[in-house]
Design a protein around this ligand. Sequence first.
Ligand code: ATP
Ligand code: MG
Length: 442
Amino acid sequence: MKKSGTKNKKEPEIIARPSHTVSRADISKNALKVLYRLHKSGFQAFLVGGCVRDAILNLHPKDFDVATNAHPEEVRALFGNCRLIGRRFRLAHVRFGREVIEVATFRASVDADENHADSVQDHHGRILRDNVYGTIDEDVWRRDFTCNALYYNIADFSIWDYTDGVKDIERRRLVLIGDPAKRLREDPVRMLRAVRFAAKLNFSIDKTVSEAMHELAGLLTNVPPARLFDEFLKMFQAGFAEKTLDLLREYKLFEQLFPQTSAALDRDDSFARFVKSALTSTDRRIARGKSVTPMFLLGVFFWAPVQEAAAVLRSREKMSTAQSLALAAWEISGQHQSRISIPKRFTGPMREMLAMQPRFEVMQGRKGLNLLEHRRFRAAYDFMVLRSEVGEVDKATAKFWTDVQEQNAEQRLQSFQLGTAGAATKKRRRPRRRRARTAPPS
Ligand code: ATP
Ligand code: MG
């Protein structure tokens, strides 16, 4: 029995500066400012969590979390640029331009049976409220994985390790602090975090954790849908989407979030290739520092279910393919809201992007030309190119739309066979020649 013994270990192993590799050069200037000011004011001040873990791994930490024994009001009194957020779970945000340093007061974990007024659990053991201030050696046991429970002390640049976190980082494994099943029941989102960190850090999920995950995957349905959407963003926009999906499916977590997509992936190889290809290109974009929009990925996940629902709608009522896709996209995203709540600002554009797909078949006339001006053209085009990669759209069609984007206004008129009456014959002939040249060998 692995880590349950650590609960009693109240003394941290203190790793002095010469014995670890986290240097101040790895830490953002603003985080250092916050740490130093807290320290000079007589408080304890540590960096904690992912930033310490990432610095040890030589990755560039993306955000810096500070833990302190100063209470939120005391933190606010020290920094002019500070805002307190959260009603129950109060945190201080110290803002420096675009960078926000999150400062949290040490908290104690409260056991279910202790019945504390500031800590409430539901009947599955999920923690609903948890806001009891404590000391660092209480704070550590509330953290999820041992690799996330390391504290970098600004007083002497040492690292405090209560849970053998450094060893687990060296062994590249994710170990939950305490009893895995209990910790996953407290917060089932930790299962998604396990997958996210395993994908991002290339860590293995410790056997004790993976066994509990296999048993408790179903508890995800018990998590507020808005939180699952936040987690969805973190999982799929971190640059490791492809690996994340594989792990989510392996642990039967994906079906808790997107049951219809999951079923379609199981039965439809072409859809599985389409999704995989979308995730690969998302990861590539992120690696190149390009932006990705969640609505694109949602459209990808919903594509098979939306097409099916659209076909059913068309069999019942006479309507265009575009109309049926728009209606079906509405239906399918609506059916997900109770599991994973997707904000309207994403469902609207996604619906447009999917409903635009049939329009790429129209390569003549004003209608075709106007598509280029549509505000969702770029996303819809990228989506269509992915479809062409799995054979859903002609390669020649995809090439046509790739080419016309490079053309000037006059060339476009020719491509869409929109000429003045006099030039009509000549202009109509050109695209035909072009298409013949670019058609793939069959
Ligand atoms: P990254 O920022 O790279 O996504 P992180 O580990 O910093 O990873 P955050 O969500 O920023 O993750 O959380 C900061 C720290 O807070 C974590 O390292 C962990 O110690 C603690 N923490 C966050 N979420 C949970 C949770 N659900 N249960 C327990 N501890 C958590
Ligand atoms: Mg973090």
